[in-house]
Each structure stands twice: as structure tokens, then as C-alpha cells.
Design a protein around this ligand. Sequence first.
Ligand code: PLP
Length: 387
Amino acid sequence: MIYLDHNATTPLDSRVLEAMMPYLTKRWGNPSSPYSFGNQAKIATEKARESVAGHFGCKPEEIVFTSCGTESDNLAVRGVASALLHRGNHIVTTAIEHHAILNTCKALEAEGFRITYLPVGSDGAARIEDVEKNLCSETVLITIMHANNETGVIQPVEEIAALAKNRAILLHTDAVQTAGKMPHKLCGLGADLISISGHKFYGPKGTAALYVREGTPLDPLLTGGPHERGHRAGTENVAGIVGLSHALDLAAESAESEYSRLRHLRDKFEDEIRSVLPGVRINGASAPRVPNTSSISFDSVDGESIVFSLDLRGIYISTGSACSTGDPEPSHVLLAMGLSSKEAQGSIRISFGKDNREEDIRAVVEALKNTVHRLRGISSIESGPQL
Ligand code: PLP
């Protein structure tokens, strides 16, 4: 099989599993227990917190472990909205966020909050001017993703952070698609809250973290015990936390070299696909992108048919977000970039990962060439002669 959908999820690194095993088998105590057996789990959790904090460039107390990127996003947005309701009820976000943010904002809208969904340019990036002109005295939070999961386009988070700081508005960034992929410390972005998710960088599913800058007002989503300094009740997933931390260590070790290697693979793939097929457009190609992601639109073909056809050859790609699979609507991200419904529906996403090599590029280009030729032949028969 050739797996090219690393933005949906990544395989668990065997070294990560090895680091987790003791906490699944021998040291399975509850970190909140008062005796030494529980304390072993507590020590492991706090060691992991320290290590994760090192990768963020923050204090260990500023890391909250959660169960998934979706929970981190929900905690950030709902937590701030609730804690700052006395100050204002306006939140600024973008039209291209992951549904973990978009649907949370929609739910808050139904509860009476005012949400501004900023547009993006045809390059897939939000404009700082648009952010600025939509801020008002009621704005309590800006939430903007670091890199888009469908196009890989990086958003101007640092500039927005400066703007937000000047106006004393909190900033959250969903860095689920950049954590472990960029050789920088995430706190350098200047956001007050940052979400990451373990299964996007060869860690276990069901493990994630939220960076919460010290002093940030945040109400919890879950009521219960005083875990995670009151930010997230519930017994910690010790093995998962150890796994997430180890996966981040491994990602950091190879971040620089993987960044260039993946960018080379991605660029080679894009050059080759453009050279073998007409009517191909790379979405977001003119903006800075994460190195592993390619969003491609093909004229006169349905992206879903391409995905199914490649599946039969053992090549796994997607039409966009894994969370939108089965959704007949065209991608909200591509529509926001100005693509027509037809263009958006003719799009696929390829996201490379650590096990991909140049031979995978040759195989996927060949498979795409044959598939698109065949599907274009079928669609021209279906649409009848051009009169
Ligand atoms: N945010 C972004 C940008 C994502 O790509 C994803 C997952 O695809 C999520 C949030 C949700 O993360 P999780 O699957 O851990 O809930």
C-alpha cells in the first residue's frame, strides 16, 4: 500500500508504542493516587508535560493534556468565550477552519455569541487587514488555524498575535497540522492558546494538548476533579500522554531534515503531475505551506471518483478533511478560496509522511494520470457531444 493521507492520521511510531507499553502493562496506577504505585504514573505524566513544554517553549504548567485536537479546540474557544462573557461576546475566526472550530463557533452563535467568519484570498490565506477591521470592543477571542488541513496554507498567526496583543484580545491557534512538522517552537507564534493532536505526528490517537498561557481566563468544559490544574477533569491517559510526548521528541529530532525532504517530495510530485496532465491546478501554491501537503483540482473529474479508483490500486489519498468524508458538499475551504463548486468537487488532497519515498511519487503520478484520463473519457461520454 502507498499511504498518502498523513493529514488525516499517521501510524503509531513503534518507538512511541515501546515508550507507552510500561504504562499500559506494569505501571498502570492512577496518577492522583496517594501511594507510590500511583506516583510512578504521576512522575511519568509530569515528565511528559515538561518535555512537551520544552517543545512549545513554555512552562510545564501551561500545558493541558486533552483527548483530541477537537477537544483542545473546543476547550480553547468555549473556555475563553465563557470566562470572558462579562467583557464581550464577539469572536473572530476564518471561513477555512477545521470543523472542530467552525461547528463550535456555530454552536456558540446559536447560544447568542456573535461570530465573524473572515474570508481568505485566492491563495488560501487570511488577510491581516480583514482581521483588523473586524475587531471591536466586544471582541474577546480570535481563533485562526496555523496551517490549513486541506491546502497546507500557513496563516499569518504571528502578525495577528501582535494585533491581538495591542488590543488585549486573546488569540487561539489550531496548530494540529503544524505540530511536529515545523522546526520551530510553537509559542514563538505569540498565541495565548495553541492546540495540537498526537495522532498527526506518529503519536497515539486520543491524545492531545492545549497550551494555555499563564493567566489566560479559561472555563473548563468538563466538571469533575481538579486534574490538569482545574482545566480538564478526568483521570489522565498516562500511556497516551507519554506517547504524545515521545512522538514530539522524535519529530523534533528530525524536523529540519524531514521538512526539506518532504518539501522536495511534494514539489516533485506537483511538477510531475502538472507535466503529465492538462487542466491541473495546485490550490494555495502561491502561499507559504506546510511541506507535506498538496491540494489539487482536476478539470472535468470528480475528486471522490479519483479517491475510490486509487483505493483499488492500494493508494490512499483523500478529497479533503477526513472528518468531511461522506459529506456530499464541496470543501468549504476551497469554496472560500474562490473555486466553483465543480472545481472544488474535482479536488483531492495528498499529504506525504515519513515513510514516503520517490518511488511513491512515480506510482501515484502514474495512477493519477491513468485514472484522470479514464474518468475524463467517461465524463465526456456522459455529458454528450459538445454542440
Ligand atoms: N484541527 C485540524 C486543523 C485538524 O486537521 C484536525 C484533524 O484532522 C483537528 C483539528 C481535529 O483533531 P482530532 O482528530 O485529534 O480531533
